[in-house]
Design a protein around this ligand. Structure first.
Ligand code: PLP
Length: 380
């Protein structure tokens, strides 16, 4: 029987040809494919600038560096996310802090965010909500809170490429939006990520940060050029570049992005229909424009482990998203977080199980997963 993972890439012959062509070309890295991929993403998202990075984590790191976060600053985010969202604050010497989720969206709760902002000293320099599972949370109140607190708004949209918020794409609303192209995401470049922004100055800083802080643009030089080879380092950056080979794959995948998102939405609604009326399961929040990266079902915490094992015995490899970040030993030890600090994220985590969801799945695969869940509950 076919093994089902919780997520998986879809690479076709056209993608392979695109990669081969890049490999045969003159540029393996720092060539024309990078800009082509960036332009395709910018057009798709309807934003002015996109800067690609070697991973979504590198993209988030670039975003907090471009925002100017430094020691003494805080970054406010959701506990229900992958550790990278919070870790990037630590990379620049800032402190990550958290506001609990709204169980109705599984995203950062705007009221709790507001409350946290009023409790904390006025040093929150970045607010970083996550469109968890692809849910297009209402962003206007976060924009207002960022404005009032003189903070930058960064949307972690690593789950949400191709999602829509009202009449535009996710990626358009925040000061910066981070994306990931990991194989389980909407398109893949193997590893890869990007930051979208409408601000030319942030774009400039992101590009510098991605390339050791070194620029070759004469209009940006601070030293007097000593020859046509002149380059200069203006900030401390990293090598976070994405190669031309990876960008060629990303560009080829972009051709099918709309189809990938549409298929994810179809599969999610198939799950919803088949699971409706099944006792003991709670469906994930639905919304217009949802990017359908994950299908995080909830069941009673006492049965979650047994259901996970039952699915695995039938070669259905579900996943759990996510252990709340402040509950990881590193965060507990370093910042003194304790169970109960983020009750909504913690109780969601105790009951969560993400079912397989990726465009390559057939309708029959969804039926098989739901049959397996039904069978599990029948036997109990
Ligand atoms: C919400 C979120 N943020 C950040 C990341 C980091 O992205 P990457 O794995 O591309 O570094 C991920 C990856 O899974 C993620 O899900």
């Amino acid at each position: 029987m076919k093994s089902l993972a919780y997520g998986k890439q879809w690479i076709n012959e056209e993608d392979i040809d695109a990669v081969m062509e890049a490999l045969r070309g003159d540029w393996l890295t720092q060539g024309p494919m990078v800009e082509r991929f960036e332009n395709a993403l910018a057009d798709y998202l309807g934003v002015k600038h996109v800067v690609v990075f070697s991973s979504g984590t590198a993209a988030l790191h670039g975003a907090v560096a471009a925002a100017g976060l430094r020691p003494g600053d805080r970054l406010l985010t959701t506990p229900l996310t992958f550790v990278a969202t919070a870790n990037v604050a630590l990379y620049v010497g800032a402190e990550p802090v958290f506001a609990d989720i709204d169980r109705g969206t599984l995203c950062m709760d705007p009221r709790k965010t507001d409350q946290r902002l009023s409790e904390l000293p006025r040093n929150v320099r970045a607010i970083v909500p996550v469109s968890f599972a692809g849910y297009p949370f209402e962003i206007e109140s976060f924009r207002a809170m960022a404005r009032e607190n003189d903070a930058i708004l960064i949307e972690d949209a690593c789950h949400s490429l191709g999602g829509d918020r009202e009449d535009h794409r996710i990626g358009f609303d925040a000061d910066m939006t981070a994306l990931s192209f990991h194989p389980v995401k909407h398109i893949t470049t193997c590893e890869g990520g990007a930051v979208a922004t409408g601000y030319t100055e942030l774009d400039r800083r992101l590009r510098l940060f991605r390339n050791h802080g070194v620029t070759r643009s004469p209009d940006q030089f601070k030293n007097v050029p000593d020859g046509p080879w002149h380059s200069e380092m203006q900030m401390l950056g990293f090598n976070y570049r994405l190669s031309d080979v990876h960008c060629a794959l990303g560009l080829s995948q972009m051709k099918r992005l709309d189809f990938f998102v549409a298929r994810r939405r179809e599969l999610s609604s198939l799950y919803r229909g088949l699971l409706a009326g099944l006792d003991g399961v709670y469906q994930p929040p639905a919304a217009e424009g949802h990017a359908c990266h994950l299908f995080p079902l909830q069941v009673a915490p006492e049965v979650r482990g047994a259901l996970f094992t039952h699915l695995a015995e039938h070669d259905i490899r579900a996943q759990v998203h996510y252990p709340p970040v402040p509950m990881h030993p590193y965060y507990k030890n370093r910042f003194g977080y304790r169970p109960g600090d983020f009750p909504e994220a913690e109780s969601f985590y105790a009951s969560a199980i993400s079912l397989p969801l990726y465009p390559l799945m057939d309708d029959e695969d969804v039926e098989r997963v739901v049959d397996c869940i039904r069978d599990f509950f029948k036997k109990r």
